[in-house]
Ligand binder design. Structure first.
Ligand SMILES: C[S@@+](CC[C@H](N)C(=O)[O-])C[C@H]1O[C@@H](n2cnc3c(N)ncnc32)[C@H](O)[C@@H]1O
Length: 365
């Protein structure tokens, strides 16, 4: 079993001032360089994405886990060209990922440790983001810009979810692992901050391979769970649920949430699902959850709220990722969520800030 890493997430109340400070520093940083340089720097983003993903793909951080290595020794371990690998790592060291000893050997630092193959690491995310098939969707951003449709579908020839499940299961496995790694950043906070003891059965709708559900059940031994996702995705859930020791309390069900969701649970959790779809589609599956839940049941939607300010924000980047991946997906402002939930016959009973995201607890309107 891979080594376990405890994720530290700053408390939600600290995140807003931290982001505001960072935005202020970013404005200062931009003011310090001529506009031509700022533009040039902005155009180089693909180098970060690809250098990081290649380092993750080659397992560089794993090979450095036991200590620093010279260019040659590291290249041999990674089966890479020594000069090319050293240049990629020199770039990443400059970006604050990996570092060097005084005698020039590469070593891990706090950030590159996150590229190791350990539970809760970001290696899968880095591999997903820079993967050729994923970047091919971004290469078609101009198609999205002209049509409003998915660049990924134009590039891959099939809708995003179909591509992952039916065409390229290896890509699907990388994507599922990337979702697990993102989930793991805040799952312990979700498990702690919601009063799960007030319910009996939680259905994780579009729950992937079950990482989040497993964390919640682990923290609440009396709770039962239903893991619901596309059949090809739930087929990969057994190791996750077994390793977490919660398999006996989970019913795993494959299906399509546009048709129906398992009935009779008192909580329906949807993390990073609403942002994948247009409003009409969301109303469709949210209404299915509303109809399926017990009389006093609740739907729990976990999403990032799109800020209305013009500063830099993670939600604005992920919003474009949704445009490229699904075309119909988007990040929403608080006002847009209110309208959407009302259309599905739901109203907000509670909002719980969780790291960069918000959990909306919804009851029947
Ligand atoms: C962005 S991922 C989020 C996964 C998980 N909730 C998480 O936060 O890690 C979206 C999930 O929705 C699932 N999905 C997409 N279309 C679906 C459908 N029609 N019915 C059920 N699940 C679906 C995908 O397989 C995927 O696991």
């Amino acid at each position: 079993m891979p080594a376990q890493r405890a994720t530290r997430v700053p408390p939600a109340w600290l995140i807003r001032p931290l982001l505001a400070t960072r935005n202020g520093l970013a404005r200062l940083h931009r003011a310090l360089v001529p506009p031509e340089v700022a533009l040039l720097e902005c155009s180089l983003g693909i180098i970060d994405t690809k250098a990081l993903s290649v380092a993750a793909e080659l397992g560089v951080a794993d090979h450095l886990a036991d200590g620093p290595l010279s260019d040659d020794a590291l290249a041999t371990a990674c089966d890479a060209d020594p000069d090319a690998l050293a240049r990629i790592l020199r770039y990443l060291v400059g970006r604050g990922i990996f570092s060097r000893t005084r005698d020039g050997r590469f070593k891990n630092n706090k950030r590159s440790e996150l590229l190791r193959t350990i539970d809760g690491s970001s290696r899968a995310w880095a591999r997903f983001f820079g993967a050729g098939w994923h970047v091919s969707g971004w290469n078609a951003l101009d198609h999205s810009a002209r049509t409003g449709d998915s660049g990924a579908e134009a590039a891959l020839g099939r809708p995003f979810w179909e591509y992952l499940t039916d065409v390229n299961p290896d890509a699907g496995a990388v994507f599922d692992a990337a979702m697990e790694s993102v989930s793991s950043v805040q799952m312990s906070v979700i498990a702690r901050k919601y009063p799960w003891s007030s319910c009996t059965t939680v259905c994780d709708v579009g729950g992937g391979t079950g990482t989040l559900l497993a964390a919640i059940l682990n923290a609440h031994p009396n709770l039962r769970g239903v893991l619901f996702d596309l059949p090809a995705v739930i087929a990969k859930s057994a190791p996750v649920l077994d390793t977490a020791g919660v398999a006996e309390r989970v019913t795993v069900e494959g299906g399509d949430f546009f048709e129906s969701v398992p009935s009779g649970c008192d909580r329906y959790l949807l993390q990073a699902i609403v942002h994948d779809w247009d409003d009409d589609s969301c109303v469709h599956f949210l209404s299915n959850c509303r109809d399926a839940m017990t009389p006093d049941g609740r739907v729990l939607v976990l999403e990032t709220i799109m800020p209305t300010h013009d500063g830099d924000h993670f939600a604005k980047a992920i919003d474009l990722e949704m445009l490229v991946d699904t075309g119909a997906g988007r990040e929403r402002t608080r006002a847009e969520f209110d309208t959407l939930f009302a259309r599905a016959g739901l109203r907000i009973s509670k909002t719980i800030p969780i790291a960069l995201t918000t959990m909306f607890e919804l009851e029947r309107a």
